[in-house]
Design a protein around this ligand. Structure first.
Ligand code: SF4
Length: 423
């Protein structure tokens, strides 16, 4: 492993929320990932990462300064820091006044950008911890996704942040069998180590779940593998499992994966070659070939398993300080409904788009939409199709609609799986 430091121009990437990530700002101090997973799409040319992605790790040495600049610019103040090098050191009462004027906060995702922030380099570089310390100083809620149990080193900080606001540390887990897992994720923590880490995090009250992504066709989407992962997730107290298939972007990403299949699963090579033979630029598989092979979308099997085990299909949304509680919660409900209707309940694309669009609008609006009537909602661009969901939540502070749809989705996937078995 070669570690190189450099000064970056930028660190923070803003993003819209989605059902599978409630974060609105992403930061990653690393480029390249020593875990070197064979399906890693960080290796795809489109991300402009270097060729030796799995060996040469670049570190943004000025990441802490960039994060502080960003937070200060947003109007935040290091409330938890003992020495701030500001007037507050001389006039301590200013600290309370700064705390009372906190602007709208958002969830910081330390990671993303297709490099794991707890990869082995972090053990020596200790950069992620520095960023976490800053998040703690500024009382910012944080979220992580990793394949390395090194995150447990920072349990003390995660615990403090979670007591102040919210901390979530989830794991990407794809293969239950350790031998197979080591083929595809040679330098990440073992699957067992990751599950053990979830257990420890949950014992400390930290939010944690499993991203069962990517689910490898013919290898990871078997009943045996899927059940083993769902059952163990339940056992260790994971709060949710998000399940998704494999994409292989043409170029480095696909080439490296196919080489691994050729070496370790030669019998599967013709099937994979055909399944991903469409050269889709986003790496999506060929749906016609998918049908021809009688494959089942992992989301479908995953939803059934999760529903039966009482495991949520995504993380619950946290309401950051300064945000409008109702708006944040109703966006979660609308995103969930859109997801169920996209995958498990026959619905029109138009309806799904309207639901997603309403979520985006409500997420960014500065007015409390629970106080709006139909006219007000229409004025800000909310489609009437969503009114029932919104008004029900205003009235009952829960969504019976959503619960009903979740049950309906379960019944629909059961029917589908039965029909597949009979074929
Ligand atoms: S841990 Fe994530 S970023 Fe790192 S190699 Fe694996 S898939 Fe890529």
């Amino acid at each position: 492993m070669i570690v190189e430091e450099y000064d970056a121009k930028t660190l923070i990437r803003s993003s819209k929320t989605s059902l599978f990530s409630w974060s609105e700002a992403y930061l990653n101090p690393y480029q390249g990932c020593y875990h070197d997973c064979k399906y890693c799409d960080g290796k795809a040319e489109g991300y402009y990462m270097h060729d030796d992605f799995g060996e040469r790790i670049k570190v943004k040495r000025n990441a802490p300064q960039l994060l502080e600049q960003y937070l200060k610019k947003q109007g935040f103040f290091p409330i938890n820091r003992e020495k701030t090098s500001t007037l507050v050191d001389y006039f301590p009462n200013l600290r309370d006044s700064a705390a009372s004027k906190t602007p709208e906060k958002h969830l910081l995702f330390i990671g993303g950008g297709v490099c794991d922030v707890y990869q082995p380099a972090e053990k020596e570089v200790i950069m992620t911890r520095k960023l976490l310390q800053i998040a703690h100083d500024y009382k910012m809620p944080v979220s992580f996704l990793t394949k390395n149990n090194l995150i447990l080193r920072d349990l003390d900080l995660l615990k403090k942040i979670n007591e102040d606001s919210y901390a979530s540390a989830s794991f990407s887990i794809t293969l239950a069998d350790e031998e197979t897992q080591k083929i595809f994720e040679p330098r990440a923590s073992t699957t067992q180590e990751r599950f053990d880490a979830i257990k420890k995090l949950r014992e400390k009250g930290i939010h944690s779940g499993v991203y069962f992504y990517p689910t490898l066709p013919f290898i990871g989407d078997t009943d045996e593998n899927m059940e083993a992962i769902y059952f163990q997730a339940k056992e260790v107290g994971a709060e949710f499992i998000y399940c998704w298939g494999l994409t292989l972007k043409p170029g480095r990403n696909k080439k490296e994966f196919m080489n691994t299949i050729k070496k370790s699963f030669p019998d599967l090579l013709p099937k994979y070659t055909k399944l991903y033979g469409n050269e889709d630029k986003y790496g999506n598989l060929d749906t016609e070939v998918f049908k021809e092979f009688n494959l089942i979308w992992p989301e479908i099997r995953g939803y059934k398993l999760g529903y039966e085990l009482g495991l949520d299909y995504t993380a619950k949304r946290y309401v950051p300080e300064g945000r409008i509680d109702f708006n944040i919660k109703i966006t979660e409900i609308l995103y969930r409904i859109a997801y169920l209707k996209s995958f498990f309940i026959k619905s029109s694309k138009y309806e799904i788009n309207r639901l997603n669009q309403a979520s985006v609008i409500i997420n960014s609006t500065k007015e409390d939409i629970s106080k709006m009537d139909e006219k007000g909602l229409k004025k800000i661009g909310i489609d009437k199709m969503t009114f029932d969901y919104i008004f029900e939540f205003v009235e009952k502070n829960e969504s019976i609609h959503l619960k009903t749809l979740e049950k309906e989705a379960y019944e629909s996937v059961c029917r589908y799986l039965e029909s597949q078995e009979q074929n």
